[in-house]
Design a protein around this ligand. Structure first.
Ligand SMILES: [Zn+2]
Length: 334
């Protein structure tokens, strides 16, 4: 097993305790009903006018979580993480550039509305000296903008792939087509040296990981931890999935969990994020949080407060997901 060079001790604890990372990071099998819905239902729903799409999403939201209350699993809710935190407590380890943990902020650009807010969001991140990752679609409802990509990279941001289109059924399509589309998207993106992937709506399958590995992606960030509505890998560390030849950097939480799945007041969101970061510090882990530009347009002040809250933690490093993987691989200086 390839072990992140900076987390040898943590990986040893997991091994000694009989906790199997390959088991935790097994790609979940999506139930057939959901697979069919994502494959055939969602593309039809996306053709509805915006209002129809909104009503449909609200109905699904109410069905999934009738109380509308915030439901999240925090890392220390999981016994695996409790063990790690307990065992590393006395060592005061600083495995991330001399800091106890690392925070990665990502932005999945889902639509043209989101695209219009990218520059503003990048300006906000820059003003707080926060290097973030923007994941783009290459062939959806917005024009892929090479100048924008180049200026983001120039300013220290990472650019990754969120898909050829925002096809929630992508992971369940014919593997040959999947690879073809990934490569087509890659031709646009690899020109700009991107190495990361986040699947639309976190749809995953073995075939998808296979295709990502064969298409030379360095890492994926589509397996998640905190939402009870998806499979959780429970461990907030990078993990090399040997079977596919790709690193996984699990997503902890995203704005959807606060704004789409629930109606959480902004002060509670900030509290929740602070709790995540405090727990991630105890674990020496990676906190990956995703904020969609299209959801932040009307919440600019909240977004600024959020970044301020995140940056207020001095025990943590801030890096793009790509840098985190390179660091864990030992490719950039310790
Ligand atoms: Zn998306």
């Amino acid at each position: 097993m390839i072990t992140p060079v900076n987390l040898q001790q943590h990986y040893r604890i997991l091994k000694d305790e009989g906790i199997s990372l390959p088991d935790l990071f097994t790609v979940p099998t999506i139930p057939l009903k959901e697979k069919l819905l994502r494959k055939f239902g969602v593309p039809i729903a996306r053709k509805l006018p915006i209002k129809g799409q909104y009503l449909l999403t609200s109905a699904v939201k109410r069905f999934r979580n009738p109380t509308g209350k915030l439901k999240l699993n925090y890392p220390l809710d999981f016994p695996e993480c409790q063990i790690i935190a307990e065992k590393v407590k006395e060592h005061n380890l600083k495995p991330w550039w001399g800091k106890r943990a690392v925070v990665c902020v990502s932005h999945d650009v889902d639509n043209s509305q989101g695209l219009r807010f990218v520059t503003k969001m990048a300006d906000i991140d820059s003003s707080y000296d926060l290097p973030s990752t923007f994941n783009f679609l290459t062939h959806d409802d917005y024009e892929f903008d090479n100048d924008l990509i180049r200026s983001l990279i120039h300013d220290g941001f990472e650019v990754g792939l969120h898909g050829y289109t925002h096809d929630q059924g992508f992971a369940f399509r014919n593997p040959k087509n999947m690879k073809k589309l990934l490569q087509k998207a890659g031709q646009v993106l690899f020109a700009e040296n991107f190495v990361g992937y986040r699947s639309p709506a976190l749809s995953v399958s073995e075939q998808l990981f296979q295709a990502l590995g064969e298409s030379n992606f360095l890492y994926d960030s589509s397996l998640q931890i905190a939402s009870p509505f998806y499979h959780s890998v429970r461990i907030p560390f990078p993990f090399y999935m040997e079977k596919y030849g790709i690193w996984e950097l699990p997503l902890m939480v995203q704005d959807d969990n606060y704004f789409r799945d629930t109606n959480t007041p902004e002060d509670l969101i900030l509290e929740s994020i602070t709790r995540f970061i405090n727990e991630i510090i105890e674990l020496n882990g990676v906190f990956v949080i995703n904020f969609h530009p299209h959801l932040m347009i009307k919440r600019e002040n909240f977004y600024k407060n959020l970044i301020k809250t995140i940056k207020a933690h001095h025990d943590v490093a801030f890096a793009t997901m790509e840098k985190v993987i390179e660091y864990a691989k030992g490719d950039i200086s310790q």
